[in-house]
Each structure stands twice: as C-alpha cells, then as structure tokens.
Design a protein around this ligand. Structure first.
Ligand code: KG4
Ligand code: ZN
Length: 345
C-alpha cells in the first residue's frame, strides 16, 4: 500500500464515554476536531454504563467522522492513515471505533493504526502546539479510569514508575463527591465546593506518604470520609461542613500526588519536563501543588489544555503520526485489548 507522507491522519476515540474524531496534518496542526461527551447519558446511573456507551458511539461516530473530514477538506482516500483507539477501554466502544476505522481503511486503501489510549495520552505533550516536549519526560496520568506515573522514553518505550493500588484518583473524587451529595461526575463540583472550605478542618489519612516508589492509594481516604459522614449529626450535612470536608479531601490528594511526584522525579532525574494528563489535571489546587514540587526540582510542569488532557481524538491521530513516522502500521486483523498496559507495547 503506497503511503502518502504529506497527507493528514484521521483519529478516532471511543474507549470510554467520549466519542471523538480529529484530523491532523503530519506536522501536528489540528485541521478539525470534535468531541461528544456522553456524560448526560450516564449521569442517572452514577457511572459509565458500557452498553449505553457502545450504542452511543455507534449512533454518533459516522456523522462525526464525516464532519471532521469535511472541515479538513479531505476524503478517506486522501488520508495517510486512519488511527483508532484499540484499548485499553470498554470492549463495546473499542469494537465500534476500530471496526469503523478498519472498514474505512480497507475501502479507501489507506493504512490502519491500532492505537493504545495510554500511549496517546503520553505522546500528546509532543504535539508542537503544546511544546514538542523532548524524551525522556515524566507523565502523571490522572483520570477517572487510570492513575499512573510513567517515564516516557521514546515512542513505544514507556516505563511504569508507579500506579494506583486501588482506586484511580478521578474515581476517588467521584466517590467522595457522591458521599457529599454532589452530582456525577463529581470532580469539578467537588473542586468548586472546596473553594469555600478550610483544608485543615478535617484530619485525613495520607496513605503511602513518604513510602519508597510512586504507587498511589486512595481507597482508605474514601473509607475515612464515609466513616466521618456516618459520625456526623443526623439530618442534612450543612454546606459549610461539606465544603470543609471537600477542601480537606482535595488537600490530602494534593499532598499524596505531590509526594509521589517528588519520588518519581528522583527516579527519572534527566526528565525534560513533567506532563499532566487526565480529567483531574484540570483541578487548580492539584495543578498548583504539582507545579510547586516540579519547580523545586527545576522542572517545567506542562498541563495541556483540558480538552487535550481529557479523552479526545487529537491525541489518537497524533500517536498515529508518531507511529507512522516510525514506519509502523497495523494489520486489519489487529485485535482490541480491554486491558493493554503500556509496557506490553
Ligand atoms: O480523563 P477523563 O476526562 O476521563 C477518563 O476517566 O478517562 O477524567 C474524568 C475524571 C472524572 O473522575 C472527573 O471527576 C475528574 O476526572 N475530574 C476532576 C476535575 N475535572 C474532572 N477531578 C478533580 N477536579 C476537577 N476539576
Ligand atoms: Zn483517557
């Protein structure tokens, strides 16, 4: 199959509850991008329902792809490749996105690229508009599904320095928010409430603090908050008290992440920068703490704009471009992987 090196790449993301499509020029310019969040479809259930997610991807994807191709003024056969997230994630959504990408690639005679979602989060920092960050760098992936600290040493070369032993950090925010009666997804609502609270009001456990390595643990924190609430006087929780608990929880997470980051920096002393990714990276208190820790070690902290930190297709297309530059493409029988650790790449 002849490769068109100056042609754009289409990216498709459908691994969780965002359907997204984007077209990028090979130099990383974003020619078109669209993201459709399914938050409203899942809100009533307090979390992502896999079957609802898969059906919603199926309903939305074709029109979204046609929209970005139209905006980028390119047809399927004018693409250099079609990249789709093939894992890790919910199998129904992965099958929708990769099935679509493979069918279009076969029909248009262009290469298909099966992209690892975590690799896409990891490589977005190299997009020229974010800063063309040089290898090696540290990545803190802080989302609803993943909490990981990675050494990004090259395309396809990732070293896991630490990960959550239980809940992901976004999950801890969502569960705590739920206990406080806030709507799903709870992270942004909890951050807003915490602004009115005193972060020293409630003592909370700081699991693994100062322990070697950079694994995280958040489930004890959630349990501590649940027990605290059981001990509260009967009746509705006063807003001021809820704000104090939210602020104390957030400060505790910031302490844990700050401590883990300082350990990670010691494990990768030649890191060119520290990159944040995932929904929790948009939390201002956490961002500020991590910037302070990185700054103390003389490192720059880069948090891509929230739309590129959270799930999106720009990162999938960009990972596709990085893979293509290495002469890498996937076969049409490449499988989806609900679990797909980066070290397995
Ligand atoms: O990366 P993301 O959009 O989706 C995946 O999980 O893949 O992350 C969503 C998570 C949710 O748990 C949400 O509550 C959390 O990120 N989140 C936040 C904030 N914004 C989103 N957590 C704390 N503070 C925020 N401002
Ligand atoms: Zn993600």
């Amino acid at each position: 199959m002849e490769r068109k090196d100056d042609a754009p790449v289409l990216g498709i993301e459908s691994s969780c509850d965002e359907t997204a499509a984007a077209v990028l020029a090979p130099d990383g310019r974003i020619l078109a991008e669209v993201v459709l969040s399914q938050t409203a479809d899942h809100a009533a259930f307090g979390g992502v329902v896999p079957e609802i997610a898969a059906r919603a991807h199926l309903t939305a994807l074709d029109a979204m792809v046609r929209q970005v191709l139209h905006q980028a003024e390119v047809g399927f056969s004018g693409l250099a490749a079609i990249a789709a997230t093939a894992g890790p994630g919910l199998i129904g959504g992965l099958l929708v996105g990769t099935g679509y990408a493979k069918g279009a690639a076969l029909a248009a005679g262009v290469p298909y690229l099966a992209i690892n979602h975590l690799e896409a989060h990891a490589l977005i920092a190299r997009l020229p508009s974010i800063g063309s960050v040089k290898f090696p760098y540290l990545l803190l992936l802080l989302s609803g599904g993943h909490s990981q600290c990675l050494a990004v040493e090259g395309v396809g070369h990732y070293r896991l320095l630490g990960a959550t032993l239980d809940d992901a950090v976004g999950e801890a925010f969502d569960k705590t928010a739920k206990l406080l009666g806030l709507p799903y997804p709870g992270g942004p609502a909890l951050e807003a409430l915490a602004r009115d609270g005193n972060e020293k009001a409630v003592p909370l456990p700081r699991p693994l603090l100062r322990r070697a390595g950079c694994d995280f643990s958040f489930s004890g924190l959630k349990t501590a908050i649940a027990q605290l609430l059981i001990a509260e006087p009967a009746g509705p929780l006063p807003r001021a008290r809820a704000a104090d608990i939210a602020a104390s929880f957030q400060a505790c997470v910031a302490d844990i992440l700050g401590d883990r980051l300082s350990h990670a920096l010691a494990m990768l002393p030649n890191a060119s920068a520290v990159i944040l990714a995932g929904g929790v990276a948009s939390n201002q208190a956490i961002r500020a703490r991590l910037a302070e820790v990185a700054g103390r070690e003389g490192k720059r902290l880069i948090a891509p704009p929230p739309r590129l930190c959270t799930d999106n297709a720009v990162m999938v297309a960009w990972a596709g471009i990085e893979r293509l530059r290495q002469g890498n493409t996937s076969t049409l029988n490449a499988p989806c992987h609900p679990r797909w650790p980066l070290e397995a790449l």
